[in-house]
Design a protein around this ligand. Structure first.
Ligand code: AMP
Length: 330
């Protein structure tokens, strides 16, 4: 531990002494103090929001943050407002000591692990809602409250930490798109980095929910990635019809007796469904395997056309779209 860190630890009544190089902070005030000190030293700051139960997917975000910025803040907060099922919230794995050790091992400097009362204090009455983009897929299946819970808590975390860069996983592609929209619409001064989905060696996208699968469900769950790969192969071979790509993916799921909640091919920025694959399209799958809900996605590319022109995402986010607005309501 450096002398500076030792001094801060002594001065900081809310810091646990459970790990040597990681500051565990419980309050927004303490996080702001720590970030302000870093800013005074001219350091850059990264935020990696998580709900804990860390796996290699989360750790890839922390490592990316470590590579990009001087101070890496990982938040650990099981956000009750984004759970649509009480049973899912109750079953959510919680082991702060394990998460702290893993976060530290991947390069985190600060673990912001607030209580529910710290985040949602008495009289809490504000929500942040991105419209349009949240009506479909995850928003439709899990209900509007899910993504409102996500944007509200992420907006709060961005306000507390005020990072230069915040890191999210492509695994939750719609969530990342909604956050990009929120940040653009509210002029939040942060860069959003989306990192690739980390998978098990057999292709299953890592998720804290995978631990709930029985061995046979675990085998069945491989069909999600297999379905995406089938569509990817067809797309690469020149198939542009959404219907045919979706049917091919659907057959792979059906072979494993999976009835998906949705399989769709969408624009990766606004999540509007694509009738055909012009350049690229994001294929989304959500399915229940037993009681466990899994999601996965893959960006499909059509073979290059000489006249293909891509519009950068940043440019498109600045383009006003009637159906995508953000509102803060008190
Ligand atoms: P969660 O703790 O589930 O809220 O996830 C925290 C962050 O980790 C989110 O930005 C997720 O998209 C990201 N994440 C979760 N699983 C993966 C994965 N398999 N690969 C990459 N990022 C992931």
């Amino acid at each position: 531990m450096t002398a500076l860190r030792a001094a801060e630890r002594t001065a900081d009544s809310e810091t646990d002494a459970q790990s040597s190089n990681l500051h565990v902070l419980r309050t927004a005030v303490d996080v702001r103090k720590r970030v302000r000190a870093a800013r005074r030293d001219g350091l850059t700051v990264a935020l990696v929001p998580t709900m804990g139960a860390l796996h290699d997917g989360h750790l890839s975000l922390i490592k990316a943050a470590r590579r990009r910025c001087d101070l890496v803040v990982v938040s650990l907060f099981v956000n009750s407002k984004q759970f649509d099922e009480q049973s899912d919230l109750v079953a959510y794995p919680r082991d702060e000591a394990r998460d702290a050790a893993l976060a530290e091992g991947s390069g985190a400097d600060v673990l912001f692990a607030p209580s529910a009362a710290e985040i949602y204090g008495p009289g809490f009455a504000t929500t942040v809602q991105v419209h349009g983009l949240t009506d479909r897929f995850e928003g439709a299946v899990r209900g509007a409250k899910h993504l409102i819970g996500v944007t509200t808590v992420v907006c709060k975390l961005l306000n507390v930490v005020a990072p230069d860069v915040a890191f999210f996983g492509q695994k939750d592609a719609q969530q990342a798109a909604v956050i990009r929209r929120m940040v653009a619409d509210l002029h939040i001064d942060v860069e959003i980095e989306t990192m690739p989905t980390v998978r098990e060696p057999d292709g299953l996208a890592m998720s804290s929910r995978n631990a709930r699968l029985t061995p046979s469900q675990r085998r069945q769950a491989l069909a999600l990635h297999a379905a995406l790969l089938t569509a990817e192969r067809l797309a690469a071979a020149g198939e542009r019809s959404s219907q045919l790509l979706l049917e091919a993916a659907g057959r792979v799921l059906a072979d494993q007796e999976i009835s998906p909640e949705y399989v769709a091919l969408v624009d990766r920025v606004d999540f509007q469904e694509l009738h055909s694959l012009q350049d690229e399209g994001l294929m989304l799958i959500a399915a229940r395997i037993g009681q466990t809900r899994l999601i996965d996605n893959l960006l499909l590319h059509a073979p290059a056309r000489s006249d293909a022109r891509r519009q950068p995402d940043e440019e498109r986010l600045r383009t006003p779209k009637g159906d995508v607005i953000t509102a803060c309501s008190a």
